[in-house]
Design a protein around this ligand. Structure first.
Ligand SMILES: C[S@@+](CC[C@H](N)C(=O)[O-])C[C@H]1O[C@@H](n2cnc3c(N)ncnc32)[C@H](O)[C@@H]1O
Length: 271
């Protein structure tokens, strides 16, 4: 963990590891939790008591991702870093890292030094079980506790695009690899829930002058899901907050479904 430079979320000075804490020269101190993560989310950056995904959502995400249905996406993100990142053993910040599936894969497949950042404390806690050699941090993407120009690649997989912060933490020539849902993503699941499904022409958020677009691809594949996998997938999506009891029962009563996975992957380079 020598190349990852953390900064104090209160004053912005560099953080140093000292026994079981990270401390800054001004005396702000942050304990390393028993599980191994560090909470660098000050209360003023917290917009609710428990921000981010809940334990149930994270548990469903872990079961679903471990079933292997999104391996193609995971390999695609690794391949983009291998092809477009100049550093062969890169320092990667995975933003909105969830329960750590993609972060752990990136570390192992690229011999990378990784930091996984998520606003949900439960996400960082769960991620420690995946890999204790990754630095798991509770923080918000809009105030990353990471030094300027210290990162080779930022990844954001189904999470957030925060242009200014990604530009600040990346080295010149560093890259962002972002995955967002495409227009046909999970159409069959939506058809099962809603009476009418409108195709939305989704595009990723615009990026600023600090970046140039290197590649953008719209990709799809099909996955045959069991009933349990379908329920877990639903728990991972925003639809779980919108459905009523009848719609939820429709999902509970189904024994399996073939779904379309449609994602947009893009790589931007910091100029
Ligand atoms: C859809 S999940 C994706 C998780 C992971 N990348 C994956 O694909 O498995 C989005 C994640 O972003 C986190 N999140 C939401 N708002 C955030 C913020 N402002 N800063 C950092 N993480 C955030 C959530 O807690 C959640 O774990």
């Amino acid at each position: 963990m020598n190349r990852i430079k953390l900064i104090c979320p209160v004053c912005g000075e560099g953080l140093m590891k000292k026994e079981k804490s990270f401390v800054c020269p001004k005396g702000h101190s942050f304990d390393i939790a028993r599980q191994g993560y560090v909470n660098l989310l000050p209360v003023q950056n917290k917009h609710s008591l428990s921000p981010g995904d809940t334990r149930d959502m994270l548990g469903a995400r872990r079961r679903f991702l471990d079933s292997g249905h999104y391996t193609l996406i995971c390999n695609d993100v690794s391949e983009k870093i291998r092809s477009f990142c100049k550093e062969k053993s890169p320092v990667i910040a995975d933003i909105g890292s969830g329960e750590g599936y993609y972060t752990a894969h990136l570390k192992n497949s690229l011999n990378a030094e990784c930091i996984g950042i998520d606003i949900a404390k439960e996400a960082s806690k769960m991620s420690c079980q995946r890999d204790r050699d990754i630095l798991w941090i509770v923080a918000t993407a809009s105030h990353l506790p990471v030094a300027d120009s210290s990162i080779d690649a930022v990844t954001a997989v189904f999470s957030l695009y925060v242009n200014n912060e990604y530009a600040r933490v990346l080295k010149s020539g560093g890259i962002v690899v972002e995955v967002t849902a495409g227009s046909r993503h999970l159409t069959e699941l939506k058809q099962l829930i809603y009476d009418e499904v409108f195709e939305q022409h989704k595009q990723p958020s615009p990026f600023g002058d600090e970046f140039e677009l290197i590649i953008q691809e719209d990709k799809s594949f099909n996955a045959a899901l069991s009933g349990q996998e379908l329920k877990d997938l639903l728990m991972m999506t925003p639809h779980i907050h919108r459905i009523n009891r009848e719609q939820s029962e429709r999902i509970n009563n189904i024994s399996g479904l073939d779904i379309t996975v449609n994602y947009i992957i893009r790589v931007m380079r910091k100029l």
